[in-house]
Design a protein around this ligand. Sequence first.
Ligand code: PMV
Length: 378
Amino acid sequence: MTENDFIPKPYANSVENGRFTWSSPSNIALVKYWGKKKDQIPENPSISFTLSDCKTITTLSFLKKDLSTALKVTNEFSFDVFLDGEKKDDFKPKIETFFKRVETYLPFLRNYHFKIETTNTFPHSSGIASSASGMSALACCLMSLEKELMDANVASSAVEMSHEYFIQKASFLARLGSGSACRSLEGDLVVWGHHDAIEGSSDLYGTRYRFEVHKNFKNYQDTILLVDKGEKQVSSTVGHNLMHGHPFAQQRFNQAHENLLKLIPVLKNGDLDAFIKIVESEALTLHAMMMTSMPYFILMKPNTLEIINKIWAYREKENSKICFTLDAGANVHVLYPENESMQVSEFIKNELVAYCQNGHYICDKIGFGASQLTIEKK
Ligand code: PMV
C-alpha cells in the first residue's frame, strides 16, 4: 500500500447526519519509536503491547452543512471539542492540524459540522498521554463515516469496505495525528515501521504482529506507576526532532531493527529473561537518547530510578520475571506475566506505591484494540 491507495474514489452515498462512538486503547512500546521523518514516518520500526483498560471513548456527531440553516456553509473546518462534557477550545488547534493533514484522504471533512465528545478512562492529568488512544478513536469515528459514504447500498452491487481496509486506513490516519497512535487499533502486539523480517510491516500504518506468540505473554500485565502527573517539560514532538543530527541517531535506528529481530524468537519461545533484557534496554536507550540530545534533557525523576532499583532487587531476590519500561515521561510501566499477578501486586503495594504521586497507579494488561460502541446515521 502507498499513500495514494488511501485517497478514496468519489463517494457512492450521501449521509446527512448521525453519530458514531468508538473506544480505543493506549499502547506501550517494547521496541521504541524515537525519531521521525516528514509526515510522521518513523526512523525505525517499533512494536507495542496494546493496552486494555487505558482508553479513550469518542463520539463523533456530524451534520451536513447545507442541511442546517443555523450553520453558514463555509469552506472552513467546522467542529467543537468536548472533554468530559466540557467544551475544550484549547484542543482545537491540534485537531485542526490533524484535519489539514488528513483531508486529502478524507475529502468530506469540510462538508460537515462535527461535534467531538471525548472521555478517557484514565485521569487526564495522569502523565499518561491520551494522544494514542484519542487520535485512534477519532480516526475510527471518521472511518465509520467514510464507510457509510463509500459502501454502495444497492444490494445487488454491494461493495463493502473490508474490515482490513477500515483498520489499516484508521491506523494510517491515526499516525498522521500522533505517530504511535497507529499502533492502537488492533491487539495484542502491533508493529509499525518497515522491518525486513516482518512481511507486511509498513512505515504508513501499524500491522498486527502475526508470528507465533508464546502463552507466557497471554494476559501480560502492565501496572502503570504514576510518578509525575505534571505536564512534560519537553514534548515528544521536540524530542523526536532532536534526533535529527543526534550523534548516536544512526546507531540507535540500527539497534531498534536488531532488537525487533531478536524479539521474534523470544516472543515465540517465551524466554522471559531474554524479553526483559531487550525491553529494559530499549527503555533506558530511549532516555539515553534524550540525555545525549543537544539540548539535552531528562524526563525521569528521582522516583523513577528508585522504582527501577526496587524492581531489580525484587527480581533478583524472588527470581521473578518482572521488568519495567518507560515512555517519554517519568511514569514506570511494570510488566509481568499473569501467573505472578498476586505476588507482584503485593510488592507494588508494599514497596512501590510510596514512589507514586499521591500513591496513584493504574492496573492494566495486554488488550485487543479499538471497538465500535454505537452507530446512528440518516
Ligand atoms: O507518538 P508520539 O509522537 O507521542 O511518540 C511516542 C514515543 C514513545 O512513546 C516514547 C515511544 C513509542 O514507540 O511509543
